[in-house]
Design a binder for this molecule. Structure first.
Ligand code: ADP
Ligand code: MG
Length: 341
């Protein structure tokens, strides 16, 4: 008998979704992107996405304060709306709670959830609550609006497009190594790394700007590592990509962290996951203007890291050498328990 453990996460998704079309009446975009798109008529669409956080897969309670868990549960979902360029509106919260969960834990969790909801102007619209025989599970569904034809999918990339990151990567992986006691960092770096891990900031404003101005041709949020998530864009867009390793924006603690772990900083940052940076494709001539616009409107930088090409899959360029990207990302059921989206 084949079990879920022997299947790949993506084979399981195909098993569920294979019998259904990738679009239908009222559903211009179904399974396969960061969010589904539902047609509301009158030129309006709704992007809908859901995510689960499971104890000991996505988080460990001894290293995750309840309020941070509340914040993060909503934030990682909003990152999928950011990846479509939608404006977040509503959230539904599902919890399965072990019977000994304390009221204090629930209040703290809710404080973090409310903080995130206020920051991104999201209203809790409903949910479901159950007892759990083992471990805590939190699920969130979020919905955000956009204009018809303006939301950005994974599939619009074209050969020659520049691949761009919305922020430096590797800070959350450094935070995970820190809270697990595998490294130590100075106070300022430790604070930044812990914040990146426990209170990720989805790039909602950046996603909306790129979508509303029709600038990004394809977009995804980096939850499982840049190589794996850029791989999804490549497959959906029918092309390959080369990442220029020297252009990768590495978060401040990465160098120190990799030295302490005795690993390559680039591999550490590429495979770490949980960055919740946007990754998007721009027509090459648009890059300087988009960079200026994002600086003016949002006061932040964008980081070109490579380009789409006709080659197979995602490859890394180091100086003159180009090689297949061996660094993976997280996949459920195909590796040990450790955690990301
Ligand atoms: P993300 O990392 O952006 O949250 P996932 O890798 O979780 O995306 O999911 C990839 C796609 O597969 C999404 O479009 C999602 O809606 C779909 N999907 C995941 N699990 C299921 C499921 N059990 N049934 C149907 N669709 C699913
Ligand atoms: Mg996503």
């Amino acid at each position: 008998m084949t079990t879920a453990e022997q299947l790949d996460e993506f084979a399981i998704i195909d098993l569920f979704g294979g019998a259904f079309p990738s679009s239908a009446a009222g559903l211009p975009l179904g399974i396969g992107d960061d969010a589904s798109i539902v047609d509301l008529g009158s030129g309006q669409v709704l992007a809908v996405s859901c995510d689960l956080l499971v104890e000991d897969i996505h988080f460990e309670l001894d290293t995750t304060p309840a309020s941070d868990l509340g914040f993060k549960a909503l934030a990682v979902n909003l990152s999928d709306l950011a990846a479509m360029g939608a404006e977040p509106l509503l959230a539904w919260l599902m919890v399965a709670l072990p019977e000994n969960t304390s009221q204090r834990f629930l209040e703290d969790f809710n404080r973090g959830l409310v903080e995130c909801a206020r920051r991104y102007r999201v209203v809790l619209a409903g949910g479901d609550t159950s007892a759990s025989p083992r471990g805590l599970t939190v699920g969130l569904t979020v919905a955000g609006r956009g204009r018809e034809g303006r939301l950005v999918t994974r599939s619009g990339g074209r050969v020659g497009d520049v691949v761009v990151l919305g922020k430096p990567i590797g800070a959350a992986a450094a935070g995970l190594a820190l809270v697990q006691g595998r490294i130590s960092l100075n106070e300022a770096q430790a604070r930044a790394a812990r914040q990146a891990l426990l209170r990720p900031r989805p790039q909602v404003e950046l996603g909306r700007l790129l979508a509303e101005q029709g600038l990004a041709r394809a977009m995804i949020d980096v939850s499982d590592g840049v190589v794996q998530d850029l791989g999804h864009v490549c497959r959906a867009s029918g092309c390959g990509a080369i990442i220029d390793v020297e252009q990768l924006p590495l978060a401040t603690p990465v160098a120190d962290c990799a030295r302490q772990l005795g690993c390559d900083p680039v591999e550490f940052a590429l495979s770490g996951g949980e960055d919740y940076s946007l990754l998007f494709c721009l027509a090459a001539p648009d890059v300087p203007a988009v960079s200026r616009l994002v600086g003016q409107e949002l006061g932040c930088e964008i980081h070109p890291i490579g380009s789409l090409d006709g080659g197979p899959g995602v490859r890394l360029r180091r100086g003159r050498h180009i090689g297949k990207a061996a660094v993976g990302g997280y996949r459920h059921f195909s590796q040990g328990k450790k955690g990301k989206d």
